[in-house]
Ligand binder design. Structure first.
Ligand SMILES: CC(C)(COP(=O)(O)OP(=O)(O)OC[C@H]1O[C@@H](n2cnc3c(N)ncnc32)[C@H](O)[C@@H]1OP(=O)(O)O)[C@@H](O)C(=O)NCCC(=O)NCCS
Length: 257
């Protein structure tokens, strides 16, 4: 059983907001790249709106966090602010948090494109597994408010210099329509979907079941062990009958030739 509880944030988690912000700032410093700064109030707001996922241990201590932001009037949604407590990293927590927030996002914004920008290889791996694809920034939201969030990042000048075309982060996008198309493409396989193949499978199953039944029957049949030949003593009367028969046949042959 897992030692962690990963769930949509509740009121009881509001007390963790300060600690979450502290870890976000610390990790931004450590990485030398910025995560857009968030205030504890902003984190609390997300929790109250039911747009955040929290991971805790059984005692309720902070383990990880992530939240949903919507942009461009809900056309785009981002799962932002992913953070895992340093003591709990590399044990699959981020993967599980992202799975949970992805599920929550698909439920809350079923038609929205889900995107993220990141320099983290771990996040790229997790996003890919969820069906995100790397895309140029032009495929992401053009909502100015989203890009303003990058202003607290130390690389913000790169983003502005390139007119938001590129930066150190990689843009990744999950497009529900494309994802559905891809699902259909990969689930359609000519051979396994054609009627001929269907028939062949039926025939093969039929032949195999017949063969199997035959084998089973063979195994069920008792094995006949040949009995040692018992020589019956030839009776005297029998001997007389045989010899008179042989004599009769011989005299008949003699009279003929
Ligand atoms: C990035 C972070 C969230 C990953 O959390 P985590 O719980 O350690 O990640 P997981 O254990 O779920 O690992 C997910 C995958 O990433 C890989 N991974 C984890 N940390 C990694 C690292 N530092 N370098 C390369 N790969 C890493 C894991 O091996 C795993 O790969 P797999 O799917 O092939 O097994 C965590 O390190 C963190 O909080 N960092 C600081 C904040 C941050 O960078 N946030 C991302 C902002 S975009």
């Amino acid at each position: 059983m897992s030692q962690y509880i990963i769930q949509t944030a509740k009121y009881e988690h509001l007390a963790l907001a300060e600690e979450i912000c502290h870890h976000m700032e610390e990790s931004a410093k450590a990485r030398g790249t910025g995560i857009a700064k968030r205030s504890p109030d902003y984190i609390k707001k997300k929790m109250v709106e039911g747009k955040a996922v929290v991971a805790t241990d059984k005692a309720g201590n902070f383990v990880g966090f992530c939240y949903i932001e919507s942009w461009g009037h809900g056309k785009f949604v981002a799962n932002s602010g992913l953070i895992v407590h340093p003591d709990h990293r590399k044990s699959g927590i981020a993967k599980d948090i992202k799975k949970e927030i992805f599920k929550l996002t698909r439920k809350t914004y079923p038609d929205a494109k889900i995107f993220g920008i990141t320099t983290s290889f771990a996040v790229m791996k997790i996003n890919s597994a969820l069906g995100y694809e790397p895309v140029p920034f032009s495929e992401l939201t053009d909502d100015d408010d989203f890009w303003k969030g990058c202003s607290s990042c130390i690389n913000y000048d790169v983003l502005t210099r390139t007119n938001r075309k590129m930066c150190l982060c990689t843009g990744m996008l999950y497009d529900p329509i494309e994802a559905e198309k891809n699902k259909q493409k990969t689930s359609w396989h000519f051979v396994s979907n054609s009627k001929v193949y269907d028939r062949w499978l039926q025939l093969r199953t039929y032949i195999l079941s017949k063969f199997r039944k035959k084998q089973e029957k063979k195994e069920e049949e008792p094995v006949l062990v040949p009995m040692p030949e018992i020589k019956k003593p030839v009776e005297k009367e029998q001997m007389l009958v045989y010899s008179s028969l042989v004599t009769g046949v011989l005299s008949l042959l003699r009279s003929l030739f």
